[in-house]
Design a protein around this ligand. Structure first.
Ligand SMILES: Nc1ncnc2c1ncn2[C@@H]1O[C@H](COP(=O)(O)OP(=O)(O)OP(=O)(O)O)[C@@H](O)[C@H]1O
Length: 421
């Protein structure tokens, strides 16, 4: 490559860099007198203003500051149920009250209510046949029951003997543990759960909430005992369709379960988990008395599984009996099925404040700049006359020095021409 060529390239690169570095863009106001473009511009402004005022400020309450609630919940159940299990268990006839079917008596944010039970009474530490429904419990002779072996789902270690099962239909290994072991085969054909009457039980949900930012405290029952409020509390039961009773804090269990979309009997047989949602949505620009709870119900475990549906667990109560001058310990074992009611409180309160109003309005107004961007795109790239508008939108201006140089050159040229003439 020749030297002159290299110096030419270098010069053109330098002039290109200089022209890119040393130039300046300034916005220019172009007044377009077009009905079409004018309409698009106003329409976009209207849409953005309606969004700011209608949605952000009015609908989303952009003029309020908000606080979420802090909450405390306690529950109390009332109701009794009578059962007759004489043909199935030693438990015979029995009246079950709240201390029997609410296990444990108090939980944080939840309550378990027993709806069905398989009792195994008077168990004590001794030897007895293993449950024949457990894998590995069958035996032919003593050699099939190695002493000390414990089955995965068994009730105790083998004693080393092969004995008759409790129903005397087979041979099973003998164990040492809480005897006699649970036998639920007798309950298989039961149609109704033992505590089916629990659908009539009532649950009192006491809920206190606070919005600390606004210093507002509320609860889901009247604050002051007047004749009217006392009569209301003594007689009401929650009913979502009644304008008064929908604020009553006493809920029948079947109202809750049906409110979650399930028949009580189905959930009572298998057990389940039902959520009670208490929602406080309060507008503190109005009277604080209008800040009231709304209740809704939902089943948290699905009822359509084909394996291990519902929910159950075992618990026992213990007692001692004096036998031959010593006390022997016994227990009653219960396999309890029931419904866990989980209570969740959610709440938001809003109150007018100038700061969020100005913030929302300001950030909304900034959105108006979008109008210019969209209109420019339409005018310069979409409309038929886009070329015409582009010519008026962009203007290339040379620097003043080159402008004066240009004037000087043309002046000399004119002068020379006049002399020639
Ligand atoms: N689950 C419930 N169903 C219906 N009423 C209830 C229930 N729980 C409580 N109540 C009634 O609501 C009122 C307030 O209950 P609270 O527990 O504050 O008082 P209490 O005198 O300790 O209640 P009680 O001794 O009757 O259980 C009482 O009249 C009480 O009987």
């Amino acid at each position: 490559m020749s030297e002159s060529r290299i110096s030419l390239d270098l010069r053109s690169v330098c002039s290109c860099v200089a022209s890119t570095l040393f130039e300046y863009y300034t916005p220019r106001i172009v007044h377009i007198k077009s009905k079409k473009v004018g309409f698009i511009n106003r329409f976009l402004q209207l849409v953005i203003l309606s969004y700011i005022i209608g949605y952000v400020i009015v609908y989303k309450k952009g003029y309020q500051e908000f606080d979420t609630c802090q909450s405390a919940i306690t529950t109390k159940l009332k109701g009794v149920v009578f059962s007759n299990l004489s043909h199935l268990s030693d438990i015979g006839v029995r009246t079950w009250d709240v201390a029997d079917y609410v296990i444990p008596p108090q939980e944080i944010g939840a309550t378990f209510v027993m709806t069905n039970v398989i009792p195994t009474l008077n168990q004590t530490q001794s030897t007895c046949p293993e449950d024949p429904t457990i894998d590995g419990s069958f035996c032919i002779d003593d050699s099939s029951c190695p002493q000390g072996k414990i089955l995965d789902k068994g009730n105790g270690p083998f004693t080393g003997k092969c004995v008759n099962s409790a129903n005397e239909k087979s041979h099973v290994c003998e164990i040492y543990g809480w005897c006699l072991v649970e036998d639920d085969s007798r309950y298989k054909n039961m149609t109704d759960p033992v505590l089916f009457g629990s659908h009539n039980f009532t649950m009192f949900i006491k809920n206190n909430i606070e919005f600390p930012k606004f210093g507002v405290r509320r609860r889901n029952l009247p604050d002051v005992a007047t004749n009217e409020s006392t009569a209301f509390i003594n007689n009401c039961t929650y009913n979502a369709t009644d304008p008064q009773a929908k604020y009553c804090p006493f809920f029948r269990l079947d109202t809750i379960v049906q409110g979650a979309g399930y028949p009580y009997s189905a959930v009572a047989v298998e057990g389940g988990v039902i959520e009670v949602v208490i929602n406080w949505d309060c507008n503190l620009d109005f009277s604080v008395d209008d800040c009231l709870p709304e209740y809704s119900f939902k089943r948290l475990d699905r009822g359509d599984y084909s394996i291990s549906r519902g929910f159950n667990f075992r618990y026992a109560d213990y007692y001692a009996v004096k036998e031959n001058d010593t006390f022997k310990q016994y227990r009653n074992l219960y396999k309890a099925t029931g419904i866990i009611f989980v209570i969740n409180v959610q709440g938001k309160a809003g109150k007018f404040s100038i700061i969020p109003l100005l913030l929302n309005f300001g950030s909304g107004l900034a959105l108006l700049a979008l109008t210019t961007v969209i209109c420019d795109l339409i005018v310069l790239y979409v409309l038929k006359a886009k070329k015409y508008y582009r010519e008026h939108k962009y203007l290339l201006v040379e620097s003043q020095e080159s402008f004066q140089e240009f004037r000087y050159v043309s002046h000399r040229r004119n002068h020379r021409q006049s002399l020639t003439v």
